[in-house]
Design a binder for this molecule. Structure first.
Ligand code: HEC
Length: 133
């Protein structure tokens, strides 16, 4: 899985030269379907998450954060995001289940493409300069 992501990432970086989005609309469509099926129940249909994502709930856990660029998903590289999706957060004291058994690397990349398609251009460029150069 790790190698697979690294290999795919090389293709992704080549596609992203010049600060352009690394994914195409077909990938976003695939990711959108996967997202509605697996993630929307917690993160919202448009990846808007929970508005008060910085506050723990009654059980002491953080609610599902937005993935649309308004929280801090953009602080993470593609391999880091892929790892969050694959492993989930339970082992780190969180509540998100891991999807590594159900989704392959390409599907996970499509999911990332989908929620990144929600990121405003300035957020995307900051992320790109930090993680894709
Ligand atoms: C049961 C609810 C739930 C489901 C289903 C779920 N998540 Fe999460 N997700 C969370 C919560 C809550 C967190 C915060 C960490 C934790 O508690 O595990 C999180 C964290 C994340 C993060 C890290 C965000 C950051 O800012 O670092 C990513 C990325 C993510 N989820 C993506 C996904 C994707 C993609 C799916 C679908 C394949 C998904 N999640 C399904 C609840 C969920």
């Amino acid at each position: 899985m790790k190698l697979e992501i690294t290999g795919l990432l090389m293709l992704v970086s080549m596609a992203a030269s010049g600060g352009q989005r690394w994914y195409d609309s077909e990938m976003v469509m695939t990711g959108m379907q996967l997202f509605q099926r697996n993630c929307a129940v917690c993160h919202g249909a448009n990846a808007e998450g929970t508005r008060e994502w910085k506050k723990t709930d009654a059980t002491g856990h953080y609610p599902p954060p937005p993935l649309d660029g308004s929280a801090h998903a953009w602080h993470h590289s593609i391999p880091q995001l892929a790892r969050s999706i694959k492993e989930g957060g339970i082992e780190l004291g969180g509540v998100m289940p891991g999807f590594g058994d159900q989704l392959d690397s390409q599907q996970i990349l499509a999911l990332i493409a989908y929620f990144q398609s929600k990121w405003p251009e300035d957020i995307y460029q900051t992320w790109h300069n930090r993680h894709m150069q």
